[in-house]
Every structure is written in structure tokens, then in C-alpha cells.
Design a protein around this ligand. Structure first.
Ligand SMILES: [Mn+2]
Length: 270
């Protein structure tokens, strides 16, 4: 993390899930303030249209993130938005331009060192979404429910001076792990990008942030998310890609604040 604003050639973010309970709006805002760029890629699931209306989840800080993104575009940064499955209502605008914001199904980003990267959210390579859409819906509601429960439980823990727990993330890891095995999402999308002559692919969707460089130089980039990981991928002036972690600073550990049985449960899930 940096203390003063830094400037990069390109920034890739996905899965902010604005409008969902788990969205870390404050971290997104902090990131946008501290890391400026020439090109900003919004790699899908920026807005979460699946979590339903009401419950006062769309608060001012969610609107502020939208305003910050639009201000970035107005400030001269080129913004490219490839909608995902949670914000698929934006796909109606594919091929369109709103000021400095270009919306399309996918983009080709050429790095400073000449690599051609396919930028796409990636849900179309995930068979749980394309074939079993109702199942994916249930997953989304389950995640939302867990996030709400997490917040309620932690409010209670905080009142008792205990460290917050993150069981929503733990459960989700299990669910996503199951989905990954079932569909082998990553190898599908890598095979597609290779077949079409790209030097790499930048996607989101599965909330597993990583930069993997294969033996032949092909790059697989997953931008992660702003619900659990708070990650973004940036391209520096020389074309180097870096995964940034913008998680909130860790709370100091307290002794004897976790029940032994829960410790066993957590380690068993990982
Ligand atoms: Mn998605």
C-alpha cells in the first residue's frame, strides 16, 4: 500500500458488487483516490442487480462510488466497462459510449510491452451461470444472507470487545471451490484466449485474485473482488502487472477471544 497517490498506466477492477451488503465501498473510494491511471477497466459485477431492492442497502456511499468512477472518466481517464452477470442489465448498452465510458462485451488491452490481453468478466465461461442460472441465483442470495448475518454477529462481538469473524468468506470459499471443480472455469477461459491468439486474459467473476504467468508466457489475471479480498490489478508504465491488496488494516489480535471449537471449524474449511 502507498501513502501518497501513485499513477499507473492501467487499472483493472471487478466484482465491486455495489448495492450488496458485503461491498467495501470505503476501500474502493480509498483505492480510487490513491491510485490514478490513464485507463480504467471495470471488469464486471460492478453493480449487483441480483440482491434485491429495499433493506436500505443502497446507501449514499454506494452512490459515491458511482460518482467517483464518473469523476475519474471526466478527469480524462479512459474508462472501459465490460458488464458481468450481476450487472447484466448494463449489457443492453454494449457498444455504446457515455462520455469517456465505453461499454462493451469485452476489450483488448495492449500493454506497454506489447502484450495483447483479452479483458472480459468471464461468467460466460462458467457453466453454473450459463447452464444452471437458478443455482447461481441461489448462491448470490446465500452469500448476501451470510454477509448480513456476519454483520449482525460482529456487531454483537464488537459490543463484547471481541475480534470480528468472517464466516461468510469461509463458507463462500467452500461454495466457490465446488463451482471451480465443477466447471474448471479458469482453464476454459485460458483455452479460449489462447485459441484466439491473445497473450493473456484479464477476468473477474470467481473472486480469486491472482496473476499467473504460464511456461509459454501466457498471463492469466483475475482481478479478485471488493467484497472479501479488496484487490485490483495495475499495469505499470513498463507493462509490468501487479496485484494490489487494498484490504482494511488488520485489527490487533486479542488473546482468548476465539472459542476453540470455532478455530477448529475455520481451519477445517480451508
Ligand atoms: Mn460474476
Amino acid at each position: 500500500m502507498t501513502d501518497s497517490p501513485s499513477h499507473v498506466r492501467a487499472t483493472f477492477v471487478s466484482d465491486i458488487h455495489l448495492g450488496s451488503h458485503g461491498c467495501k465501498t470505503e476501500r474502493v473510494q480509498d483505492f480510487l483516490r490513491q491510485v490514478t491511471c490513464d485507463q480504467l477497466y471495470l471488469v464486471g459485477d460492478i453493480i449487483d442487480g441480483w440482491v434485491g431492492k429495499g433493506h436500505k442497502k443502497w446507501t449514499q456511499d454506494h452512490t459515491d462510488v458511482i460518482l467517483a468512477l464518473l469523476a475519474t472518466a471526466k478527469g480524462g481517464c479512459e474508462v472501459y466497462y465490460t458488464p458481468g452477470n450481476h450487472d447484466d442489465f448494463v449489457r443492453r448498452l454494449n457498444g455504446g459510449e457515455l462520455g469517456n465510458v465505453t461499454i462493451d462485451h469485452s476489450f483488448i488491452h495492449t500493454t506497454a510491452d506489447g502484450k495483447s490481453l483479452l479483458v472480459v468478466h468471464g461468467d460466460l465461461f462458467d457453466t453454473t451461470v450459463t447452464k444452471y442460472r437458478p443455482l447461481a441465483f441461489i448462491g448470490a442470495y446465500l452469500n448476501e444472507y451470510m454477509a448480513v448475518m456476519n454483520s449482525v454477529v460482529n456487531k454483537n462481538r464488537k459490543a463484547k470487545g471481541k475480534r470480528p469473524l468472517d464466516f461468510a468468506a469461509t463458507v463462500k470459499k467452500g461454495v466457490k471451490g465446488f463451482i471451480a471443480k465443477k466447471t474448471d472455469y479458469e482453464s476454459e477461459i485460458i483455452a479460449f484466449a489462447r485459441e484466439h491468439g491473445f497473450d493473456g486474459v484479464v477476468c473477474g467473476h470467481v473472486h480469486r485474485p491472482r496473476i499467473d504467468v504460464m511456461a509459454d508466457g501466457f498471463v492469466y489475471v483475475n482481478t479478485g473482488d471488493w467484497v472479501e479480498h479488496c484487490t485490483a490489478v495495475v499495469e505499470h508504465a513498463d507493462g509490468r502487472l501487479e496485484l494490489l491488496n487494498w484490504s482494511p488494516p488488520a485489527a490487533p489480535e486479542r488473546e482468548h477471544d476465539t472459542q476453540p471449537i470455532f478455530k477448529r471449524f475455520r481451519s477445517g474449511m480451508r
